[in-house]
Design a protein around this ligand. Sequence first.
Ligand SMILES: [Fe+2]
Length: 287
Amino acid sequence: MNDHFLGFGLGLRTQHFNDVLETRPDVDWFEIISENFMVAGGKPKYYLHAIREHYPMVMHGVSMSIGSTEPLDKEYLQRLKLLANEVQPQWLSDHLCWTGLEGVNSHDLLPMPYTEEAIEHIAGRIMQVQETLGRQLLLENVSSYISYTESAMSEWEFYSEVVERADCLMLLDINNIYVSSRNHNFDAQTYLNSINPDRVRQFHLAGHSDYGTHVIDTHDHDICDPVWELYRQALHRFGAVSTMIERDDNIPPLNQLVEELQIARDIAAGILPRQQSGKPVAALEAR
Ligand SMILES: [Fe+2]
């Protein structure tokens, strides 16, 4: 069994702060967006600390731009480290992507060209970040809508090689694999089969918008059946992996997300051995 299995979590969203504190929902852990709490004080920090007293947390960032050719933002990394000291998360993640060039932030998580040169570049930067933060980093696969003519390998070959060379970990976004498999016409099962289970620490699940000819990773819908099916396949391959639902737009009441999370629990209970799908001891003790 995966020693790091936290159970089933949700992304912590501002709209749910009060409900979480008042109703203490049946959620094993929360993932926070790091940048939302990299401030000195105020309401977000108040809720962060109050909720942290009752739930384990992980930190998820969106602006490290680990794949960029610009220098690493040392000030950002120091602020991230300070927040991690405060929150004491189980782990910390960002995306395998770049977000801008020459000081301009595109606010998009842009895919990398899948080349040896890019592997070398990004692995070196990950090692620098891990040294600065004093911990292993999880990197998430992004959904993509474009590809580069320079790419010399598949996304999964690139991703696997980066994490091995940098000795970091993977946050596998099941929805992103599905979205990219539709947009680039590859087999999602082939993707899963090529990933080293020892590197996988967390799963993301989310909804998307399906336009027939292409799929956009909008995080504003319930999780659809093909993504649940891919989640089943991921559980068969990787076993018990901490799983959470990301919802960023069209956010429903908290109890609706807790119900959707129950679907993930039920699927896992039907696939994993009993001792792996139940609530982990750590999550219960943290209440
Ligand atoms: Fe994600």
